[in-house]
Design a protein around this ligand. Structure first.
Ligand code: G3P
Ligand code: CA
Length: 306
């Protein structure tokens, strides 16, 4: 994976050439494996553990990330919020209420206050079939604690959540990544992917460090009927700073996937927990999936020999 980014550009070029010669048509998962053989091994389809292996353990705890690593996910996904005293912590929501025994906004609490909260018991209550006494009392981890735990060999797929709430979030993220030598310094490729729904946040990161691969997350209102579309103009704009897009899998169809790939961009839909959905999306040509069940995706990928 250390060669991931270096080999990415060549592999993306290979995809573009393949797609230019022969426009993608509906194909089986197995047939797609043949096409994948043309790609660099480093460009294998990415198994991205959504909030860690969050189908098995409380999201965004070290326990969920450890399970993801055990299940051989390629990346652990980390959503970031920022505390009152400016510390980046892993949490999906901007408030503490859903996944801890605290209440209120993360931004209104210091790290010391947040560290006193229990970020695991809610999972045992919500999923009694998967409850584990060791989850009781788990803490909200800081980004630095995660990087210290999984080290330079870990692969991190980090989202700047609510960047409008946290001025300076991008600078702090890049400072920490540089401290742990994850930003491609010393001639090494970056060991991170950064994602956001905010184009402004990604464009800022791209200005600060153009070597880091970025994924533009796409929000489509689930209440809107029909499938989402994406225009050539949108894709051309995204290509200025990002290497791919991450749409809600429920809102896309094969035409969407084909269009993105024709533009030479990666596509990592979220959040796909069912094996049948995974297979369908892989047949369409996605290049990675966010899942709370990296073990299920690993088995699907094995069955398709991708
Ligand atoms: O980052 C991919 C996916 O996680 C986006 O949705 O709300 O789960 O962060 P969300
Ligand atoms: Ca996310």
């Amino acid at each position: 994976m250390k060669q991931w980014f270096k080999r990415l550009s060549g592999a993306v070029l290979a995809v573009v050439v393949v797609l230019a010669i022969s426009a993608p048509t509906p194909q089986t998962f197995a047939a797609q494996s043949d096409q994948s053989a043309l790609l660099s091994p480093a460009d294998k389809i990415l198994n991205i553990a959504h909030r860690g292996a969050s189908g098995h353990a409380p999201e965004h705890t070290l326990a969920a990330y450890e399970k993801a690593v055990q299940m051989k996910a390629d990346y652990i996904e980390i959503d970031l919020q920022m505390t009152k005293d400016g510390v980046l912590v892993a949490m999906h929501d901007e408030t503490l209420d859903r996944t801890t025994n605290g209440t209120g906004y993360v931004k209104d609490h210091t790290l010391a206050e947040i560290k006193r909260l229990d970020a695991g018991s809610w999972f045992n209550r919500k999923h009694p079939d998967k409850a584990n006494p060791t989850y009781v009392g788990l803490q909200v981890p800081t980004l630095e604690e995660i990087l210290q735990t999984f080290g330079p060999e870990g692969h991190y797929y980090i989202e700047t959540k609510e960047p409008g709430l946290y001025p300076g979030m991008e600078e702090e993220l890049l400072r920490i990544l540089a401290k742990y030598k994850l930003t491609g310094q010393d001639g090494r490729p970056p060991d991170v992917i950064i994602q956001s729904f905010s184009p402004h946040s990604l464009q800022k990161i791209h200005r600060l460090n153009p070597a880091i691969p970025l994924i533009q997350l796409m929000w489509y209102d689930p209440a809107t009927p029909g499938k989402a579309t994406i225009t050539d103009a949108e894709l051309n704009r995204i290509k200025q700073y990002a290497v791919g897009v991450g749409p809600n899998y429920r809102k896309i169809d094969q035409a969407y996937v084909v269009k993105v790939r024709r533009h030479g961009l990666l596509i990592h839909p979220y959040t796909v927990d069912d094996a049948k959905d995974m297979k369908r999306l892989l047949d369409w040509g996605v290049t990675g999936l966010f899942t709370g069940y990296p073990d299920v995706l690993r088995d699907v990928l094995k069955s398709g020999k991708v």
